[in-house]
Design a protein around this ligand. Structure first.
Ligand code: ADP
Ligand code: MG
Length: 680
């Protein structure tokens, strides 16, 4: 068997299953093996009954001493309970609506039972535990993988297929031997095995570290390869015309200290003899756009054109409007070039850019895909950089080598991390928000306060406001007790918001369905949306004043910060309620960061501090970049080493031609789809 083989070579994969798996991106054996679990059900925490603590997940080796109850509570609810014991004491296991366990579980035999510990009068009680007769090779008590599921694929289906190929050692080692040795890295095949089926926690950590190192090393290598080889490009210095300060004075608001400082940094770059290469980071709403406009105006005063690239058409159109409004009195010509621009307009605009009539061009990545030729591009801005891929970020730069580069991002990245990710860029930070921003009241609650929170939302809705309820995932999994959006929706609809319009929004709906819901919400026809995180990007409904986030402990702090930004967009007072359903100290510490601050940078830095102490199998939180297994800032340390090694590798063997590096070159070409033209 080879990695390139289609999964149809496996037992049990026919046409139907092939199609299903294709829908989650699995076509070949390689795809299957690289489909890493998104979480684990760690049952390897073996405890004695007397030493287990409330709330922890634990596995016990017990004797079933008797069946003590088998009752019917309601018409649709029965409970079957067994008494269990080990050398340390007694406990109980109960099953809801699973009468058949009576015939499965045999009295006086030794079983492994695993679940979340509850206590009653000091005795351990488990509800619906996993259980298995003790034997030589038990499944219960292992670290069990949980995969992302979609389209009627079950976890067990994936597990069974992976099992067929897991021990075949199909991968070739792709890291140079000297690195494996230096960092004592686990081999590729062993790492793949342990990421799918961790033998124990230690092996899992080693496997993960190895795969993270590999990913970040290749990532850094790609960045180096893509980067212009001549970093210090000479340009003719701009003159700092006084008109630019007049422009600033004439704005309808006063710039913040942060904006002023950043502008001085930009001016100083532009008035020097080397090309600017700068990252501008600032929280959502910190006023990056006006900084960009001022830099463009200075560029115009010096007789050059500017371009700004944004990730979506909506954003591009928003910019067009505000740019034209602000620049109108100054007679600058601003044009928009996006995918939907008509051919006629396109021709006109392209001509205007070519002969210099257009001063500022706003666009989506149509800008790099089209044959756009500038007369004299002086400034090249990328907005919302975090939403572009590495390749796109580079493409425009490659074309116009002498134009100044300004990259803007709203994802607050701690400085230490930014330095590594954007190695060659200088960094400017707007760390102040414009005055008069409404503070969003944030509170963290536990289960006991949920009822009050929901009644509060009801009050807001009755006074005409709207609300979001966010849930972490839609997948139902037998291994997880997370509230899925659907379940929450049903519950809220039935028990709380029966006289409001409540709608469900999740990733499995079609785009049309999603748009319809968003539109109705926008129009105020829907009062409350229960949603997965699909609403995170670019939703702006000013009348929404409350956001309630279920299982808040499952989200990254940066993501919570983004979600919170959905409210507080009008003069109405706004609220963010974080429902933390875990009672670990770390989760409350994280909630406290959110209730203490609305400053994205503070939050990002705290996140970095707290991550170190998170649990080993913590659910992958959405990170800074589009990485498969690595999470930043969690893996910052590994990233540092990966960067050093990538630097060395690149320095010693730029074209990756040595025996040891050849496989790296193939990796870059295949996996990351980097043009060899750039590499060579
Ligand atoms: P972002 O940094 O997220 O791109 P924007 O540039 O869109 O933020 O700015 C958000 C809003 O703040 C805009 O309406 C803008 O006009 C306004 N704004 C920017 N700077 C200031 C300031 N110094 N004082 C008051 N309002 C400002
Ligand atoms: Mg912006």
């Amino acid at each position: 068997m080879k990695l390139e083989d289609k999964i149809t070579v496996l037992k049990g994969v026919g046409e139907k299953r092939e199609k299903k798996f294709l829908s989650i991106g699995i076509e070949t054996i390689r795809d299957l093996l690289l489909y890493y679990p998104r979480n684990y059900d760690d049952q390897s925490n073996f405890k004695k009954l007397y030493e287990a603590e409330i709330g922890e997940k634990a596995t016990f080796t017990v004797k079933i001493s008797s069946i003590i109850e088998d009752r019917r509570i309601k018409r649709n609810l029965s409970i079957t309970t067994f008494l269990i014991e080990d050398s340390s004491g007694l406990g109980k296991i109960s099953f809801f609506n699973m009468k058949y366990v009576k015939n499965q579980i045999k009295l006086n035999n030794i079983y492994l039972v695993s679940g979340k510990v509850n206590k009653f009068k000091g005795q351990v009680q488990l509800t619906n535990p996993s259980f298995e007769l003790k034997s030589e090779n038990n499944k219960v008590g292992n670290i069990y993988p949980i995969y992302s599921l979609k389209k009627n694929i079950t976890n067990n289906e994936i597990v069974k297929l992976v099992d067929q190929v897991l021990n075949l050692n199909l991968f070739k080692e792709n890291l140079p031997p000297n690195l494996i040795k230096k960092y004592n890295l686990m081999g590729k095949n062993e790492a793949i095995e342990n990421i799918h089926r961790p033998k124990d926690q230690k092996k899992f950590i080693q496997a993960r570290n190895r795969l993270v190192f590999e990913e970040l090393f290749l990532f850094q290598l790609t960045l180096f390869s893509l980067k212009n080889k001549d970093v210090e490009i000479k340009t003719s210095p701009y003159r700092l015309y006084n008109d630019v300060y007049k422009f600033i004075d004439n704005l309808s608001f006063k710039l913040t200290d942060g904006q002023n400082r950043v502008l001085e940094e930009i001016f100083s770059d532009m008035c020097s003899e080397t090309r600017m290469n700068r990252l501008l980071q600032g929280d959502v709403g910190s006023g990056k756009t006006i900084v960009a406009i001022i830099a463009m105006y200075l560029t115009y005063l010096n007789g050059y054109q500017s371009a700004i690239m944004v990730p979506t058409e909506i954003l591009a159109r928003q910019h067009l409007e505000s740019f034209r409004e602000i620049l109108e009195p100054y007679a600058l010509k601003v044009e928009l070039l996006v995918g939907s621009t008509t051919q006629k307009n396109r021709d006109r605009i392209l001509t205007g850019i070519y002969n210099g009539e257009v001063d500022i061009l706003i666009g989506t990545h149509a800008l790099i895909e089209e044959n756009v030729e500038f007369k004299n591009l002086g400034l090249n801005i990328t907005d919302e950089q975090h939403r572009f891929g590495v390749r796109q970020r580079q493409s425009l730069n490659v074309k116009e080598k002498s134009a100044h580069i300004l990259v803007m991002t709203a994802t607050p990245i701690p400085r230490t991390l930014a330095l590594v990710l954007y190695g060659d860029l200088s960094i400017s930070t707007i760390d102040t928000l414009p005055p008069n921003r409404k503070k969003i009241d944030t509170i963290a609650i536990n289960e006991t306060m949920l009822d009050r929170a929901l009644n509060f939302i009801k009050k807001e809705i009755n006074s005409g406001r709207q609300a979001y309820v966010i849930c972490p995932l839609i997948e139902e999994s037998e291994h997880f007790e997370l509230d899925s959006a659907t379940e929450v929706y049903e519950n809220l609809k039935e028990n709380y918001f029966y006289d409001s319009n409540i709608a469900l929004l999740h990733g499995r709906m079609s785009n049309d369905e999603k748009n319809k819901v968003m539109e109705d919400f926008n129009l105020g026809e829907i009062n409350i949306i229960v949603s997965t995180t699909v609403i995170e990007v670019g939703v702006n409904v000013p009348n929404a004043t409350v956001i309630l986030i279920y299982n808040a402990e499952r989200f990254g702090l940066a993501q919570l910060h983004q979600l919170r930004g959905r409210v507080g967009r009008s003069s109405h007072k706004s609220y963010c309620i974080l429902y933390n359903s875990s009672n670990t100290k770390i989760s409350w510490d994280r909630m406290k960061v959110m209730t203490d601050s609305t400053d994205g940078f503070y939050i990002a830095n705290k996140d970095l501090e707290l991550r170190g102490s998170g649990d080993i199998f913590g659910l992958r939180q959405s990170g800074v970049m589009d990485l498969k297994i690595s999470e930043l800032p969690r893996d910052l340390n590994i990233l540092k080493y990966a960067q050093i090694e990538a630097q060395n590798t690149f320095k010693e063997d730029k074209y990756l031609e040595s025996e040891d590096n050849r496989i790296l070159k193939a990796e870059l070409e295949n996996n990351l789809k980097v043009d060899t033209a750039i590499l060579n």
